[in-house]
Design a protein around this ligand. Structure first.
Ligand code: ZN
Ligand code: ZN
Length: 170
C-alpha cells in the first residue's frame, strides 16, 4: 500500500537555487458533491507527480500532474458514470513577492491535497456524464435514450396532423 501524503515539507528536500526534484506521491481526495449527487474520486490513493524547483530569492516553482476518475450517476441518463480527468497545474511561491506570487497552498508545508482537489475541481465540466454524447432520458416517459435510440411517441400534434391529412384526401 503506497503512503498517503496530505502535506509535504519542501524544505526537507534541501534544494538550493536552481535545483529541482521530481516526486511521485499519493493523495486521497474526498468525494465531490455535484448537481445534488456524490461523486467518489478514484483511485482511493491518486498517484500525483510533483515537480519542484527552487527559484532564486528562496522561491518555489511547482507543477502537479495526475489523472483521476469521478464515479457517480450520469447527469443525463442516471446510469453509472466514471469520467476520467487529466490535471496539470502550476504554482509559484515567492516569499515577499506580493499576492500574485504567493501560493495559497504554501504555509510551512505544501498542502498537496488541497491543491490537487482545487485543480481537479477546475478540470471538471459543467456536466458529469457516462459518455460525451449521452442522449439522456425521454422527457415524456423517462426511457433511457442511449439504450433505445429510435425511441418515439405518437404525440398529440402528429395525431391531429394525421387526421387533418385524412380529411383533406377524402
Ligand atoms: Zn448517460
Ligand atoms: Zn418516451
Amino acid at each position: 500500500m503506497p503512503q498517503r501524503t496530505d502535506l509535504f515539507e519542501l524544505g526537507r528536500l534541501g534544494l538550493t537555487s536552481g535545483e529541482g526534484r521530481r516526486l511521485d506521491l499519493f493523495v486521497h481526495l474526498e468525494p465531490f458533491e455535484y448537481g445534488g449527487s456524490v461523486y467518489a474520486v478514484t483511485p482511493e490513493l491518486v498517484p500525483v507527480r510533483l515537480d519542484v524547483s527552487r527559484t532564486t530569492a528562496q522561491g518555489w516553482a511547482l507543477r502537479l500532474r495526475f489523472s483521476a476518475t469521478l464515479e457517480g450517476p450520469c447527469m443525463r441518463c442516471l446510469d453509472p458514470a466514471a469520467p476520467e480527468f487529466e490535471v496539470d497545474a502550476y504554482e509559484v511561491h515567492q516569499p515577499g513577492g506580493g499576492e500574485e506570487l504567493t501560493s495559497p497552498y504554501m504555509e510551512d508545508e505544501l498542502d498537496v491535497e488541497a491543491w490537487a482537489r482545487d485543480a481537479l475541481a477546475l478540470a471538471l465540466p459543467a456536466q458529469l456524464t457516462c459518455r460525451p454524447d449521452s442522449a439522456g432520458l425521454c422527457p415524456q416517459c423517462g426511457a433511457n435514450l442511449n439504450e433505445d435510440p429510435g425511441h418515439t411517441h405518437d404525440s398529440a400534434p402528429d395525431a391531429r396532423w394525421a387526421k387533418l391529412s385524412e380529411l383533406k384526401f377524402e
